[in-house]
Design a protein around this ligand. Structure first.
Ligand SMILES: *Cc1c(COP(=O)(O)O)cnc(C)c1O
Length: 421
């Protein structure tokens, strides 16, 4: 008997080129296990979501308990203890002033909600402001709205006619921050609705890091012009950049903030968009036309909320911050060996995230070096999925020094094999 080909259509996968995917049957800490008994070190936290490690016992227990009690309930006109506890926990944990919590299911929807909140705010306060400002190289998701505000390229060229216009600011590269601030200042004079940014590091766009100083200045310019400041902390939230939230490092309180990936410790899909009272109040009215018209079937799913409550408890009761500092230091130590290596450029790190660009022999080669590198790492038993020639390591916080040695050993070998001679 021969198995028929799988009907599964995978995300961001060219099926004509992709090798057979491994069948993953188990996860434990930083490691995955395949059906054939192979072990894979999850050096990218399963697409940046797993924070404390796979199948953290407290999260698993919370999911099991909630699943036996209340699986799902309509969230319009109803509530449940897990959502209430989570909302209160988030308001207490996030920067002071973010007082209202709207639930959704993914990072993309959290950003869509943020954009709709901003649009609603201006409409209901009687100002014609709809233009969104965003950073060059930004990534905010793959829905039509979030593709619109993200960088344009091969990933969304086919959908371009569906996308709305935004004003793009140059990335605040080190030494050229003023250009970004000047462009923001100029754009703010045109009375836009909001500035949307990934704080401190632009993820999918290429792991571009910028400083807390310029983040604080961007927020200050927005405040001066009454432009809403939206922080997309979908990736940066829950410890990745070394602090619980990236905005903390700049002392910035956004008007609207989006969290998703690490919210449940990476175990279940759940997202939240938090906002200041002014945004909520603009929608608060006896006029039904001012209702915030957004929902999805699984808004605030109780099982996902219970997983997130367990995550918050882990943050409160386990030495997560210590683990993050140790992981950052361990990454730095190993990264240091590559700083003078001519085969790499832009060796960089923020918190637990390390990145470096492999200098490939010729630009044509560059086009498919990403998939070749991914295949190489897979053969080494490592889950590392480069962004083009940019290698990055974003592991769960339980990753050990020995685990990292495997990762950086393989990166050195990859340079021998694929890098400039
Ligand atoms: C991953 C990501 C998103 C989209 O989140 P999904 O859960 O994949 O929809 C949005 N913004 C940023 C910064 C991200 O890294």
């Amino acid at each position: 008997m021969t198995a028929s080909p799988s009907p599964v259509w995978h995300p961001f996968t060219q099926h004509a080129l992709a090798p057979e995917p491994p069948v993953v049957v188990r996860g434990n800490g930083a490691w995955l296990e395949t059906a054939s008994g192979g072990r894979i070190l999850d050096a990218i936290s399963s697409w940046w979501v797993i924070t404390h490690g796979h199948c953290h016992p407290r999260i698993v227990a919370a999911i099991a308990e909630q699943a036996g009690q209340l699986d799902q309930v309509i969230f319009a006109g109803h509530t449940h203890p897990a959502a209430e506890a989570l909302a209160r926990g988030l308001v207490a944990m996030t920067p002071e002033g973010l007082d209202h919590v709207f639930f959704s299911d993914s990072g993309s929807t959290a950003v869509e909600v943020a954009l709709k909140m901003a649009a609603g705010y201006w409409r209901h306060t009687g100002e014609q402001r709809t233009r969104i400002l965003a950073l060059e190289h930004g990534y905010h998701g793959d829905t039509i709205g979030t593709m619109s505000v993200g960088a344009r390229g091969v990933y969304n060229a086919a959908y371009e006619p569906f996308l709305f216009e935004v004003t793009r600011l140059p990335f605040p590269e080190k030494g050229r921050e003023q250009a970004t601030l000047d462009a923001l200042e100029a754009a703010c004079r045109e009375a836009p609705a909001a500035l949307l940014v990934e704080p401190l590091i632009l993820g999918a766009g290429g792991m571009y890091i910028y400083g807390p100083g310029v983040l604080a200045e961007m927020a200050a310019i927005c405040a001066r012009h009454g432009v809403l400041f939206i922080a997309d902390e979908v990736m940066t939230g829950f410890g990745r950049t070394g602090t619980l939230f990236a905005c903390e490092q700049a002392g910035v309180v956004p008007d609207i903030a989006c969290y998703a990936k690490g919210l449940t410790g990476g175990s279940l899909p759940l997202a939240v968009t938090l906002c200041r009272s002014a945004i909520f109040d603009a929608h608060y009215s006896t006029d039904r036309a001012r209702t915030f018209f957004h929902s999805s079937s699984f808004t605030a799913n109780p099982i996902a909320c219970a997983a997130a409550v367990a995550n918050l408890k882990i943050w409160a009761e386990e030495p997560v911050r210590g683990r993050i500092t140790a992981l950052g230091d361990a990454q730095e130590e190993r990264l240091a060996n590559f700083r003078d290596d001519r085969r790499f450029a832009n060796v960089r790190r923020i918190g637990t995230i390390a990145a470096l660009d492999l200098v490939a022999p010729d630009p044509g080669y560059l086009a498919d070096v990403g998939p070749r590198l991914a295949a190489f790492f897979r053969d080494e038993g490592l889950l590392i999925r480069p962004l083009g020639n940019t290698l990055y390591v974003m592991p769960p916080y339980c990753t050990t020094a020995e685990d990292l040695d495997l990762v950086y050993g393989a990166i050195a070998t990859a340079a021998d094999r694929f890098g400039r001679a």
